[in-house]
Each structure stands twice: as structure tokens, then as C-alpha cells.
Design a protein around this ligand. Structure first.
Ligand code: SF4
Length: 327
């Protein structure tokens, strides 16, 4: 990370003058900060403000929230959606007398994950825990020119580490909010306002001209489910197989068991088992059947499986043959 920590000063100076005035920024009371963080999960800032104010007017502290009838609680939440958030808030409020004041204890509250715990711990208690939400990840990916997939836990761990190193230990709560504010108002997803950015001179992504390409979010490939059948045709202790000869295939030279489309005249008998096999974005389910043929078609050979040590047999054929053992 080298000298990136030098951005603390300009970032904090910018935040001091540019921060939006939001109701939860007027307090360091853990209950109020916690309620705001829970409301802000999955909901935009502008939508949260009126709910936040009404909620706190009705439930000004954790004791009032703990004692509220559920119907009233849900009515106050009505319109924000994701009602489990409200139920968890109440469940948590009922679990303590005094709001927990360390990160681990906050993290144990129902409905609280690492992001919320770090936000409450740092803003309310000044504890050095760095937040990593979508905004902060985008800022860090650009600052450090990190092209790792932000959906991978490895990338997130790396970014969490950078966020922890960047964090200003003297004022972690303000610093966390400044990072989030930068992501929310300047370092925007599609059109970052680099010309107005207080930390532009530290930004490696911008220097490389890659700010709009970052962060990288790879689309997860949908796994395709495919059902297949393989046939085990035995004769004198040997098994009928065929060899892959297509040089373009990865498995060229490997021996396979036949499938029904290879042997349309085969008489298919009982099933010996089922197994799964995944290759890249395909999930195969193989059903294995015993079968008989009267004539051995061209390209098929009976192989002595018991001494097949020197013969390359494909993984799926091996798995299919193993079903014989468990018959
Ligand atoms: S210079 Fe641009 S890309 Fe870099 S942190 Fe600032 S706004 Fe984001």
C-alpha cells in the first residue's frame, strides 16, 4: 500500500467541508447509529431519513424498542421492506441492558454483520475497525488499481486489509464515513468525478486510466444441469468401452463407457447407481445402467478393467464403474 495512508489528511479535510448533513451524523449514540445502519441496509439514504426520524421519535432508546408491541414496530417500519431487519432490531434490543461497546459483542447482535459492527464500533465508540461496503470497495479498487473480482472472498479480504491499513486510528469513525461519502458522492460507479476528488493524486486506477473499468465484478456463470446415462456391458469379466480419438478434445486417448445413443440396439437393464460430475459450468448427473448387446459395434472393445492400470480411463467412466462395487 506504500504511501497511500497520506490520503487521510486531504480526505478528512474534504469530508469536513463536503459531508452531507444526515440526521444520524449529528450523534454518537450507539443506539441511533445502529438503527440508521440497519435501515440503510438495502435502502437509499433519501428514503431512510423520514423513517429514521419517525422511528426514533416513537422509540427513542433501546428499552422503548424492546418493549414495543410487534404490530406497532412493523407499522413504523412499513414501507421500508425487509421486515426481518425490524424484528432483529427488536430481538437485539431485548438482549442487552446496555448497548455492547466492543466490536465482537456488537457483531453478535441479531441482524448485524461485519460491516454494521465496524460502522457502529468506529462511529459510536471510536474503535479502529474499517468498514467495507460497496462504496468503499469501489474506492479501494480504484485507489489501488485492484482488478480482482469483488465478488470473490479473496479480493474482499485483500480490500479489507487495505481499508484497515488506510484507517486513521485517531478518528476511525470519521474516516470510515469519509470513505463512504467519497464513494457515494464523488467516486461514483459509472462517472467518477475525478476532477473534484480530494485524493486523486493518490489514485493508481486513475493514473492508469482504468478508473471506469474498476471495480471488476465478474458475472457468475449459471451452472447448467444435464442428465446423462452410461451403460456397463460386461462379457467374460471385461467391459465394453470406446476410445476418444478426436485430437481437438482434452480427453483424447481416454477410454469411455458407451451411452445409449452410441448403441441404440442395446437392451438396457437395471440401474447400478447414480453419480454427479461437475465440469466448468456444467453439472452432470449420470445414471449408470447394466446393458447387453448382441453385436459389438465398430470402435468398441471389451477391456479387462481389473488390470486396466496402463489404460487411461476417464473420470466419469471410473465413477460409473465404481457403482458396480456398491451394488
Ligand atoms: S481519482 Fe477518481 S477514481 Fe480515483 S478515487 Fe478519486 S474519484 Fe475515484
Amino acid at each position: 500500500m506504500t504511501s497511500l495512508y497520506r490520503l487521510r489528511k486531504p480526505l478528512l479535510k474534504w469530508y469536513e467541508s463536503a459531508a452531507r448533513e444526515l440526521p444520524w451524523r449529528q450523534t454518537r449514540e450507539p443506539y441511533r447509529i445502529w438503527v440508521s445502519e440497519i435501515m440503510l441496509q438495502q435502502t437509499r439514504v433519501a428514503a431512510v431519513i423520514p423513517y429514521y426520524e419517525r422511528f426514533l421519535a416513537r422509540f427513542p432508546d433501546a428499552a422503548a424498542l424492546a418493549a414495543a408491541p410487534e404490530a406497532e414496530l412493523l407499522a413504523m417500519w412499513s414501507g421500508l421492506g425487509y421486515y426481518s431487519r425490524a424484528r432483529n432490531l427488536q430481538k437485539a434490543a431485548q438482549s442487552f441492558e446496555k448497548f455492547p461497546s466492543d466490536y465482537e459483542a456488537i457483531l453478535k447482535l441479531p441482524g448485524v454483520g461485519p460491516y454494521t459492527a465496524a460502522a457502529v464500533a468506529s462511529i459510536a465508540f471510536g474503535l479502529p475497525h474499517a468498514v467495507l461496503d460497496g462504496n468503499v470497495m469501489r474506492v479501494i479498487a480504484r485507489l489501488t488499481c485492484d482488478s480482482g473480482d469483488i465478488q470473490s472472498s479473496k479480493t474482499r479480504d485483500r480490500m479489507q486489509q487495505v481499508a484497515a491499513e488506510l484507517l486513521d486510528p485517531a478518528q476511525p469513525g470519521v474516516f470510515n464515513q469519509a470513505m463512504m461519502e467519497l464513494g457515494a458522492t464523488i467516486c461514483l460507479p459509472r462517472e467518477p468525478k475525478c476532477g473534484e476528488c480530494p485524493v486523486a493524486k493518490f489514485c493508481q486506477g486513475r493514473q492508469a486510466g482504468k478508473e471506469k473499468e474498476l471495480p471488476v465484478k465478474l458475472r457468475k456463470m449459471k451452472m447448467q444441469q444435464i442428465d446423462r446415462q452410461v451403460l456397463i456391458i460386461e462379457c467374460d469379466g471385461k467391459v465394453l468401452m470406446w476410445k476418444r480419438t478426436d485430437a481437438a478434445e482434452k480427453l483424447v486417448g481416454f477410454w469411455e463407457l458407451p451411452e445409449p445413443h452410441h448403441l441404440p440396439r442395446a437392451r438396457i437393464g437395471e440401474r447400478t447407481g447414480t453419480f454427479r460430475h461437475a465440469i466448468t459450468n456444467h453439472n452432470y448427473t449420470f445414471d449408470v445402467f447394466r446393458a447387453n448387446v448382441t453385436n459389438v459395434p465398430k470402435g468398441f472393445v471389451y477391456i479387462n478393467i481389473s488390470d486396466s492400470g496402463g489404460i487411461p480411463i476417464s473420470t466419469t467412466a471410473r465413477k460409473a464403474l465404481q457403482t458396480l462395487a456398491s451394488e
